[in-house]
Design a protein around this ligand. Structure first.
Ligand SMILES: NC(=O)c1ccc[n+]([C@@H]2O[C@H](COP(=O)([O-])OP(=O)(O)OC[C@H]3O[C@@H](n4cnc5c(N)ncnc54)[C@H](OP(=O)(O)O)[C@@H]3O)[C@@H](O)[C@H]2O)c1
Length: 322
């Protein structure tokens, strides 16, 4: 089958190890199902994999991709939850003692024509969502949902700063936060993206690192080194910083803000199967839909990936496989 995979790592030039080629059909263990992939989202995690973060050389070649929507052998239209719990993929996904991995880590990823998925990870795709929209949900959108409403616990009327405006996670946070009654402020390196973020529903947009008019109740932090201190300076005393990533690298500094103003820093990764189902219901109830920057056929994955390397995107990039 056709697939997009990482053949070798290169931290400086991640696209050099990217291949669009043929891979063997997936093995389907007991309790798993074969899904014919219709659409699969591209995430920053895929660039980290190409750079050699989170994978070992002996795992190569590894098919990339963390989220997908498709059709099972019996014709069910599904969204594939991307957290595979336990060594057999069939364990509880709410037990903190159960180890988990994402597609493209221990198990082959979603950027392929076909994908093996634990049956427990399949949730029905409602007809109201296209396959491309559904394919945005399991990684970036679920992560934004959990950061805002579960780990952050932000309430309607509160102000939440989202670091970064144009990415998949950031655009999800703008749309979900706004629909959930939050006042969303964003930062971006790009004037054009700041303007687009306000059009999308952000209340205000600021240059990365800019002093804010007032401190915010919470921050969604996924940029890491480039914005970390700004996040700690920008949150009110006893406010909450929810962290899910480090696009620009690991953090330095900021400890004085942390203890003097008694901040809460909370980690967040993906979300549970139940939260993915809640997210789908949230979209159906509010009418919010994932913002898709562009879709590309699997064969044009290199172009899609290069858009993400260059940071030249506003919303999600989606690969279509069938
Ligand atoms: N823990 C989890 O479960 C989880 C799940 C999903 C994502 N993540 C992490 O979240 C991050 C974003 O993922 P994504 O898929 O949304 O990536 P993406 O689409 O490539 O977006 C990258 C974002 O980072 C911002 N950014 C990048 N470098 C920056 C810098 N130097 N200064 C300020 N802003 C910068 C961009 O903002 P502008 O271009 O607007 O400036 C953009 O919003 C990644 O680190 C990813 O690994 C974690």
């Amino acid at each position: 089958m056709r697939a997009v995979y990482v053949e070798s790592f290169d931290a400086e030039n991640p696209l050099s190890g990217l291949v669009v080629g043929d891979r063997p059909e997936p093995e389907v263990p007991d309790g798993w199902e074969l899904v014919t992939v219709q659409a699969a989202g591209l995430n920053h995690h895929d660039l980290f994999s190409l750079r050699g973060v989170g994978l070992k050389a002996e795992q190569l070649p590894m098919i990339l991709g963390g989220d997908a929507a498709g059709v099972t052998a019996d014709g069910r239209e599904v969204i594939c939850h991307g957290v595979v719990a336990g060594r057999d993929g069939l364990a509880s996904d709410t037990d903190p003692d159960v180890p988990f991995s994402l597609f493209s880590e221990r198990w082959p990823g979603t950027h392929a024509e076909r994908l093996a998925v634990p049956s427990v990870n399949l949730i029905d795709k409602p007809a109201e969502l296209s396959f491309a929209e559904a394919a945005c949900l399991p990684v970036a959108w679920l992560t934004a949902y959990r950061m805002l409403f579960v780990q952050g616990g932000f309430r309607p009327g509160q102000t939440v700063l989202v670091q970064g405006a144009g990415g998949g996670l950031s655009t999800a946070a703008i749309l979900l936060g706004r629909a959930g009654g939050l006042r969303i402020w964003v930062t971006s390196r790009s004037e054009e993206k700041r303007a687009r973020a306000v059009e999308l529903g952000a209340d205000q947009a600021f240059e990365s690192g800019a002093r804010l008019p007032e401190r915010v109740d919470g921050v969604l932090e996924s940029v890491g080194q480039a914005t970390w201190e700004h996040s700690l300076k920008s949150v009110r005393t006893q406010g909450t910083v929810v962290v899910s990533g480090m696009t620009s690298g690991d953090i330095q500094g900021g400890l004085a803000h942390l203890f003097f103003r008694q901040l809460r820093v909370i980690g967040s990764t993906m979300g549970t199967r139940a939260e993915l189902a809640d997210l789908v219901q949230f979209l159906l109830t509010t009418g919010v839909r994932p913002l898709i920057d562009a879709t590309y056929p699997l064969e044009e994955a290199r172009t899609a990936y290069s858009r993400m390397v260059e940071g030249d995107l506003f919303g999600k990039i989606v690969l279509t496989a069938s």
